[in-house]
Design a protein around this ligand. Structure first.
Ligand code: CAA
Length: 478
């Protein structure tokens, strides 16, 4: 007897970001005050780097508080119960302890609201790889759900950081603080991740790092800028190969993968870095296409080629003649109608939040994604349903991850409620003296500038006895 033929039908699980919530501290430094204090032209900050306000934590706040505040908002706005959540992951480069994970502090804070042991089933770890670790955490948690290890529960990935640089350093104007909590589940309302295309690149580098015990990083600024561009491009090359191999995107003659990405959301240490990343990517993707001739015709100068075939970052940066010519070309390309159209249509909205909050390290790209949704929706120019968002995540040290996802039909229900200014709330503009005092840890938690309500705050660090050294005490301020 012959068996009936069986057709196997694979139904792929759609996993992605269902909702997100943000927390931004309410203190900030204004770029004009900062520029005057440091003797910098304000235009450099506003136009050269795209910085208007830098968010700062108060004396009674730390990355764990911000993470808990964003997480609590996410849970409350979705009417979730602790048993709905199977994992809480935190990605940060502002770790508070060399051993104890930040999510244990967060669980402790959440249990002050939901009851003792209410989250004991929710596993998770603190992830570290500079600013890229949040993307790895999202990827791992999406796969945890795809593997059906989740017992029908959702995951929460929180990205939370304080970007703090030395006073007087060139990194000082790229500071900021904040957290984003994301709900990861099956059939998400905001964004479904494209399958089998997430791509990473990794290399041992010292562009930006923070040795143990040091509060601020050591930075090779220009090197880090170029490394960011190169690493994201390399990860993008691998993404491109995968999108073609899996059939996610089929390119016709003269087309670029970038034509199939409706929006770009990239790591944003400062607003202008987003523009730089897009310029770099488009130049790389377009220079071999027929359209490049039209671009060059409009710009009126040829793209310079570096003579040194070794092409190391050091050799590129030390080739002053090439760097000068390349800068000239980059500026001209940025003014071209070809670039301008893509920038306005696909990236500009994602940069709005960065200019008024500053660098959030791990949270920067996700704040950018949040910004993209809100400000693109407010334009009311087009329906975002079905549009592809391409993500370019970068972490110094260094690793990049490129992945993409599709905005889902239900996005409107969530995005129509977004209002960045309202969610941040009223803010206090600090004088430079106050900022420097906070920067130098000159205030204790009980001497904070703001006395918040309905927020987690840090009460105290370090117990009175040796066995409690390093203890961090938090409270939900009612
Ligand atoms: N008006 C308008 N623009 C002006 C200006 C003026 N008066 N004066 C200067 N500018 C422009 C410059 O022309 C330059 O523009 P381009 O980048 O387009 O050429 C821009 O302002 C920046 O000026 P500088 O080149 O003088 O740069 P800087 O010495 O101030 O350093 C920086 C900038 C390297 C980003 C520095 O702030 C830094 O080291 N930041 C920390 C490291 C960092 O953020 N690296 C980014 C990649 S690594 C990463 O992304 C991980 C992370 O989060 C840290």
């Amino acid at each position: 007897m012959s068996l009936p033929s069986i057709t196997t039908v694979y139904i792929y699980m759609h996993v992605g970001i269902d909702d997100l919530a943000i927390y931004v501290p309410k203190l900030y430094v204004d770029y004009k005050d900062f520029a005057i204090a440091r003797g910098i032209e304000p235009q450099k900050l506003e136009y050269g780097l795209g910085i208007r306000k830098m968010a700062l934590v108060d004396a009674n706040q730390d990355p764990a508080c911000m993470a808990s505040n964003a997480c609590l908002k996410l849970i409350q706005k979705n009417n979730l119960q602790p048993e709905d959540i199977g994992r809480i992951y935190i990605a940060t480069e502002s770790g508070l302890d060399e051993s104890k994970a930040m999510n244990s502090f967060v669980i402790g804070m959440l249990e002050q609201v939901y009851g003792e042991s209410s989250f004991e089933h929710a596993g998770g770890i603190e992830c570290k790889f500079a600013c890229v670790s949040g993307s790895y955490a999202l990827y791992d948690n999406a796969n945890w759900i795809r593997a059906e290890e989740n017992n029908k529960k959702s995951a929460i990935v929180i990205v939370s950081d304080i970007a703090k640089y030395d006073i007087g350093s060139s990194g000082e104007y790229t500071q900021g603080a904040g957290a984003v909590a994301m709900l990861i589940k099956e059939n998400p309302r905001l964004l479904t991740f494209d399958r089998k295309v997430a791509s990473t690149i990794i290399k041992n580098e010292y562009d930006f790092y923070r040795p143990i015990g040091k509060e601020t990083p050591l930075v090779n600024g220009n090197y880090s800028n170029l490394l960011y561009l190169i690493q994201v491009k390399k990860a993008f090359d691998s993404y491109k190969e995968k999108t073609i191999a899996t059939g996610l995107i089929s390119l016709k003659d003269g087309e670029s993968i970038t034509d199939y990405i409706d929006f770009f959301s990239v790591h944003l240490p400062y607003r202008k870095m987003g523009e730089k990343a897009l310029i770099y990517l488009l130049r790389h993707e377009w220079r071999h296409l027929p359209r490049w001739k039209n671009v060059i015709n409009e710009i009126g100068i040829q793209e310079p080629v570096q003579k040194d075939a070794r092409g190391t970052i050091e050799s590129v940066l030390s080739d002053t003649e090439f760097m000068k010519a390349d800068e000239k070309f980059r500026r001209a390309f940025a003014k071209s109608t070809f670039y301008h159209e893509v920038f306005e249509k696909k990236m500009a909205s994602s940069l709005e939040a960065s200019a008024i909050i500053g660098n959030l390290y791990t949270a920067s790209m996700y704040m950018g994604f949040r910004s993209l949704l809100e400000f693109e929706y407010k334009k009311k120019e087009r329906d975002l349903d079905g549009k592809r968002v391409g993500f370019g995540s970068y972490g110094s040290g260094s690793s990049a991850m490129v992945f993409s996802g599709i905005i889902q039909p239900e996005y409107k229900d969530i995005v129509k409620q977004m209002n960045l200014e309202e969610e941040i709330g009223p803010r206090i503009r600090l004088s430079i003296e106050e900022y420097e005092r906070l920067h130098g840890n000159g205030r204790n938690p009980d001497d904070s500038i703001i006395h918040p309500h309905k927020e987690f705050i840090l009460m105290k660090v370090g117990g009175t006895t040796a066995d409690k050294a390093g203890f961090r005490e938090y409270n939900y301020a009612n």
